[in-house]
Design a protein. Structure first.
Length: 80
């Protein structure tokens, strides 16, 4: 699931066509949803993080750092 409303200007990586790998695509989706760059990179590269769940939390009004904290594996550090 993707965000249901635009959260800002699409990132440059999505304007140039689809990225070539899954991690880059995930990072682009998170950036488009309003995640800070460092947090988007961390979430995109962390196995076990359900991108759809993270985006659904943000769609429901959860701030991106809190959504990441909820869904990152136990013991992972979230930096806003």
């Amino acid at each position: 699931m993707t965000t249901t409303h635009p959260t800002g200007t699409p990132t440059a990586c999505l304007r140039q066509g689809p990225p070539g790998d899954v991690t880059t695509w995930r990072r682009c989706r998170l950036l488009d949803a309003g995640f800070p760059q460092d947090l988007a990179t961390t979430l995109a590269g962390t196995p076990g993080v359900d991108l759809h769940e993270v985006l659904q939390l943000v769609d429901r009004g959860c701030p991106p750092p809190l959504a990441a904290r909820i869904l990152l594996p136990y013991g992972s550090e979230v930096r806003p």
